[in-house]
Unconditional design. Structure first.
Length: 155
């Protein structure tokens, strides 16, 4: 019996190529699992962010008492996406989309009449959602809500 010589030579791999390939093989499955997961952990921000408590389109979004008069409340999870609730008067609540129009980052709760995007610093008027300063090119869209008793619900 005669030995058969391979017709092509195996390519030599550098140490860097081998280690990079190993890293991809070890990291890719974890990234795939993370990308396919539907659970997220809420980011604490001093008590002004909540996950929405399972609000339904007809259920309460928040208690009126939970929305500070001089600030607001960010709800990261509602049936209509993340919202920022502001309280311009004692009996009035307005809601705006909380995703910054620039890149979709969830904005911070209002402070001093201004809603700020923590990502690139866009600012919005807390009473109207209008753009004050970019890089965003549009303001926050208003979402109709109303006060029913001591709860805030979708209008």
């Amino acid at each position: 019996m005669t030995a058969v010589e391979p017709t092509t030579k195996p390519e030599a791999r550098s140490r860097r190529e081998v280690l990079c390939g190993l890293m991809v093989a070890l990291v890719a499955p974890g990234a795939l699992v993370a990308a396919c997961s539907d659970t997220t952990a809420p980011t604490p921000s001093g008590g002004t962010t909540t996950t929405g408590g399972g609000a339904t389109p007809s259920g309460p979004l928040a208690a009126l008492a939970d929305i500070p008069g001089d600030s607001g409340l960010v709800l990261e999870s509602t049936p209509k996406g993340p919202l920022v609730l502001v309280r311009p008067t004692a009996d009035t609540v307005k809601a705006f989309t909380a995703a910054c129009p620039h890149q979709g980052t969830v904005v911070s709760a209002p402070a001093g009449g201004t809603i700020t995007c923590p990502n690139h610093g866009s600012t919005f008027d807390a009473a109207t959602g209008a753009l004050k300063r970019g890089p965003a090119t549009t303001g926050l869209k208003e979402v109709p809500v109303k006060v029913e008793g001591d709860k805030v619900v979708f209008a």
